[in-house]
Design a protein around this ligand. Structure first.
Ligand code: URA
Length: 500
């Protein structure tokens, strides 16, 4: 007979403390994940609490607090970063989140080595969920707009009320942020996932108090008021037409938040005028950067490249092709040695050349956004370029990117190979044709080979080829959305690693 399914009922959608207690007891009891069903909200007659003393709800750790400070399931000691990911993923809207977390805990108990595998499918999915939750919490902090209403039970007679629609169960987690930010103001935040009310510290020294309340409806919140006129004037003044990128703006401020944001009504007219305003800005002369990085004396160039410092010193002096003579400095990759994934671009751009760091300009921002959406920390991957110096042509005083020629890319190739050898990634991503050819040879074609794993002859390392972010940047708006989704899918595949 199949073992009975146990339903574990948690007190609320964000009851991470209750989940933690229950998971601890289940792990100690050796209960496998397929025998557990997790539920939240109103309990039903069919919910059978586990027969342990630890199901009672414990106070939640504050959002952003290190959950490692709290006890982890006794049978299992988890790295602090993983515990933090789990505590954030537990606030995701996905009904399967607790089942997924418990399954991962169970698997970690059975196979402790799993904790060192950042490409494990459950670990990755949880990381994506945690990232979505952090993003939602960030949006709530950024997009809540209070409106004053008269209130008898508030000392100064004004309660500031906001309406917000979070995508995940972040209300309780974000409450302490608002309490700190608006300590001396009486406020309430109403949402369909529960409400918050802050009672500021009293004149008599009574401490401030944060209360949780039931879900609310849009109609419970007050309509627009005159105070918004000031904010709208401010918004108009800080709007920078030269930096307008509507698609990025929508990613930062997704449309689903717009109907609750008073300034959203200004976006269309400001965007319509942006081109003319930014043309006027562009017409101003640009300045050519001074060379700031001196060549190293020849004797400091190591003969053997035994470390990334050696590589930096050697590429700084490299004149195996003419590009290095004109660039400000060589730009080697950045990221941890031993990073599981190394992403290889073409060459540093204008901003990278000045900063001495890869992917810090516009293409880098797109890459950062993609990594963010995939829940991958930029610091956990190694970002590099096939060519180490910026190749450009001067157009007036502007330095315009010029694709490195085959000879230049090949001259630089041994530096890239040194970098791969020193970083020791498990897999590589080629961003665009220059990187793909440098990594895989001339036979590769980005449009034909993108999105699948290929293998390098040199060291057998798997390589996933995809577009360079600049290719997306150059597309027209109509094609960009679909291309972005395909690109994300390619990168997501890369983060999962090649099939075993
Ligand atoms: N494009 C690249 O290929 N690399 C960078 O570092 C920046 C832009």
């Amino acid at each position: 007979m199949a073992p009975a399914l146990r339903t574990l009922h948690l007190a609320a959608d964000d009851d991470f403390a209750g989940f933690r207690s229950a998971a601890r007891a289940l792990l100690q009891g050796g209960v496998p994940p397929e025998q557990v069903h997790w539920s939240t909200g109103e309990a039903t007659l069919f919910d059978a609490p586990l027969a342990t003393p630890s199901l009672a709800r414990e106070p939640d750790p504050p959002y952003g607090a290190n959950p490692a400070d709290a006890r982890s399931p006794d049978a299992l000691r988890l790295p602090a970063a993983l515990l933090r990911t789990i505590s954030h993923a537990a606030l995701h809207d996905d009904a399967q989140r607790f089942a997924l977390i418990y399954r991962l805990l169970w698997r970690l108990q059975q196979q402790p080595a799993l904790r060192h595998d950042p490409l494990d499918a459950d670990t990755l999915r949880l990381a994506h969920m945690a990232q979505a939750v952090r993003r939602d919490a960030h949006k709530m902090k950024a997009f809540v707009r209070f409106r004053p209403v008269a209130a008898d039970d508030v000392a100064d007679g004004t309660l500031h009320v906001a309406w917000f629609e979070p995508g995940h169960h972040v209300v309780g987690a974000v409450g302490p942020f608002f309490a700190r930010r608006f300590t001396n103001m009486a406020w309430a935040i109403l949402t369909p996932r529960g409400s918050l009310r802050w009672q500021p510290p009293g004149a008599d020294g009574a401490p401030g108090r944060l209360h949780r309340g039931p879900p609310a409806r849009r109609a419970d919140a007050p309509p627009a008021d005159a105070g918004e006129a000031l904010w709208l004037t401010y918004y108009q003044h800080i709007f920078n037409p030269a930096r307008l990128k509507l698609s990025m703006m929508e990613k930062e401020m997704p449309r689903r938040y717009w109907h609750n944001l008073p300034e959203a009504a200004l976006i269309a007219p400001l965007a319509a005028a942006a081109q003319a305003r930014s043309d006027a800005m562009v017409a101003q002369p640009a300045s050519v950067p001074a060379r700031t990085v001196r060549l190293l004396p020849a004797r400091s160039v190591p003969q053997v490249i035994a470390s990334l410092d050696d590589l930096r010193a050697a590429t700084a002096r490299c004149r195996e092709c003419p590009i290095g003579e004109h660039a400000t400095q060589a730009v080697c990759g950045e990221g941890p040695v031993g990073a599981p994934l190394m992403l290889v671009g073409e060459q540093p751009g204008d901003q990278e050349d000045l900063a001495g760091r890869p992917f810090v300009g516009p293409a880098g921002q797109w890459l950062d956004e993609a990594l963010r959406q995939l829940g991958i920390a930029r610091e956990s991957v190694y970002l590099a370029n096939a060519v180490k110096h910026f190749k450009f042509e001067l157009r007036g005083k502007r330095r315009l990117h010029k694709t490195a020629g085959q000879r230049e890319a090949m001259a630089c190739r041994h530096w890239m190979e040194d970098e791969i050898r020193l970083v020791r990634p498990k897999a590589l991503v080629a961003l665009g044709a220059t990187a793909a050819r440098a990594l895989l040879g001339d036979g590769v074609q980005v449009t034909r080979d993108r999105g699948r794993w290929l293998q390098r002859g040199e060291d057998g390392l798997p390589v996933l080829v995809t577009l360079h972010p600049s290719a997306l940047l150059r597309m027209d708006r109509a094609a960009q959305d679909e291309a972005w989704q395909r690109w994300l899918a390619d990168l997501s595949l890369a983060t999962q690693g090649p099939p075993a």
